[in-house]
Design a protein around this ligand. Structure first.
Ligand SMILES: Nc1ncnc2c1ncn2[C@@H]1O[C@H](COP(=O)(O)OP(=O)(O)OP(=O)(O)O)[C@@H](O)[C@H]1O
Ligand SMILES: [Mg+2]
Length: 266
């Protein structure tokens, strides 16, 4: 394939993605600089909370989640999804669970423990193929669970999908906070609106306040804090999103979701 043909193919792909994305009202990506801070936990529970909130003239919101962590896709694992994605009329059909549509690269893998060792451009290509080939349909919200860091996958999502907002998750410790600021600055440089920062795993062990400080330092909204909570960990073990059970954390998360929705609709 010559360069011209490659360029035309890429252009065509971008046009299809653009037209797919036009059918989605709000695209929100969940990001963090540091790994393991709770992005996937936030993304899944946010998607489910949004699906259950009837802000749309009394109708349930239509919500999908895209697991854009191609190396270590965890959304399926956290939601207890073992099914593979099906294909209809040459389009990939998302998997339905807990009232939301789920698209994860894990649903295309043969085995869960199969390593994906790809270089940056291949990761970007895989994400673009998902954006292009999935039958997204009309959606109120698409939540994107990003891998940690500010590398290829995050860049592709920001440039090709162009989220309406980014949510940054951090733990209260200094190392995570520095990385959270990096993520906020990346989004700002790319002209993507940062909805705010969530402090996760706050409490006696990791302390508290780092997320709020990071938000103040970079001039963005503090969305709230979620405690380090055995109940959240227990729900993850059961493969059940914690907002589906009653707990103090589920109540706290409701307030965070309300703040996010206000910021999105502003
Ligand atoms: N507030 C919390 N209380 C207790 N456990 C939590 C909390 N938030 C997340 N966890 C647990 O911490 C682990 C890491 O969370 P999660 O996978 O959501 O982080 P991540 O940022 O998506 O990680 P990665 O960078 O690997 O994608 C999971 O086992 C999750 O169940
Ligand atoms: Mg994750």
């Amino acid at each position: 394939m010559d360069i011209g043909e490659l360029h035309r193919k890429m252009q065509k792909r971008r046009e299809i993605i653009k037209s797919n994305m036009k059918k989605i009202k709000y695209k929100i990506a969940v990001m963090s600089g540091k790994g393991g801070v709770g992005k996937t936990t936030v993304a899944i529970n946010l998607a489910i909370s949004l699906a259950k909130s009837k802000i749309n003239a009394g109708k349930d919101n239509k919500v999908a989640i895209l697991d854009a962590d191609i190396d270590c896709p965890n959304v399926n694992k956290f939601m207890g999804i073992e099914k593979k994605l099906s294909i209809k009329n040459e389009k990939i059909i998302p998997i339905e669970k807990y009232g939301i549509s789920v698209v994860s690269f894990a649903s295309l893998q043969e085995r869960e423990d199969q390593p994906i060792i790809w270089r940056g451009p291949m990761l970007s290509k895989a994400i673009m193929e998902l954006l292009e080939q999935v039958e997204w349909g009309e959606l109120d919200y698409l939540i994107i669970d990003l891998p940690p860091g500010t590398s290829d996958a995050s860049l592709t999502i920001m440039q090709e999908l162009v989220p309406d907002g980014i949510i940054i998750v951090t733990t209260p410790q200094d190392v995570a906070v520095v990385d959270a600021k990096k993520s906020a600055n990346m989004a700002k440089e790319l002209d993507i609106h940062v909805l705010g920062i969530i402090e996760n795993m706050s409490g006696e062990i990791f302390g508290s306040g780092g997320g709020e400080k990071a938000a103040t330092d970079v001039g963005i909204r503090f969305l709230g804090r979620l405690k380090l909570d055995a109940e959240i960990a227990r729900c993850a073990e059961k493969k059940k999103p914690f907002v589906l059970e009653q707990s103090k954390s589920a109540e706290e998360f409701k307030n965070i979701v309300n703040t996010i929705v206000k910021e999105v609709l502003k």
